[in-house]
Ligand binder design. Structure first.
Ligand SMILES: [Zn+2]
Length: 230
């Protein structure tokens, strides 16, 4: 048995008739787990793929989990686009680099915070590392390894700067752009597909006062910067 027409149409519509891996148009709906291995004919097992992505990855059992993740990610983006939560005017671009998400090896990004580095310095270095990694290895899975020298309070815990760097900055903001983050406080896997559409510029503030004065100044300018958010 094949997918019922109803399931095929729903899958294609949810994907805006684009391949969930490279975003090219003209797709066929493929089984993520083949029927011969008990894969179902439900939407859950359906991935709209273009002919070349299907040839490259469709038959590789190791890629199933990732194809499913990419499918969910793409469905999610298209739903947001449909609901007007993301810019409906920006065209859907083919993303041949998306292929890189399917490579087995990712890129490790390592940073050692020195004793004298404050929050702002470390945060800026991490952003540069992230941007350079994306530039050199577009859309590869990224793994962040963070070490911290010193920066302990008298109880042996982390000082305010490094607590904030790990908790608010790394987990709160950077996590979405990495596949995994490993820090002294905690190691975390991104439950979603890593985002690669990072802003050109991250603005990092030392405190709220700085942020408010920057926002006030900006409101007089023509445009606002867009900050990443969940
Ligand atoms: Zn494709």
């Amino acid at each position: 048995m094949a997918f019922p027409e109803r399931v095929k149409n729903e899958a294609k519509r949810k994907a805006s008739f684009r391949c969930v891996i490279c975003q090219k148009s003209f797709v066929e709906v493929h089984h993520i787990i083949p029927e011969s291995e008990g894969g179902s004919n439900d939407l859950e097992n359906a991935a709209p793929l273009c002919a070349s992505c299907h040839d490259l990855y469709g038959g590789n059992p190791e890629k199933r989990k990732q194809i499913r993740e990419m499918r969910d990610h793409w469905f999610d983006l298209m739903e947001k686009r449909y609901n007007g939560e993301i810019n409906i005017l920006s065209p859907i671009e083919d993303d041949p680099n998306n292929y890189n998400m399917l490579k087995n090896k990712g890129i490790a990004v390592y940073h050692l915070v020195y004793e004298h580095e404050d929050f702002k310095t470390s945060a800026n270095i991490l952003v540069k590392l992230l941007q350079n990694t994306q530039k050199q290895f577009p859309n590869y899975k990224r793994y962040l390894y963070l070490d911290i020298e010193g920066h302990r309070n008298k109880n042996g815990g982390f000082d305010h700067d490094m607590y904030e760097l790990q908790k608010d900055f790394a987990l709160g903001l950077l996590m979405q752009f990495f596949t995994e983050i490993h820090m002294p406080l905690i190691g975390v896997k991104n439950p979603k597909l890593q985002r690669n559409d990072m802003p050109q510029e991250f603005v990092i503030f030392n405190n709220e006062k700085e942020l408010i004065s920057k926002l006030k100044k900006e409101s007089r300018d023509k445009h606002f910067e867009i900050y990443p958010s969940e």
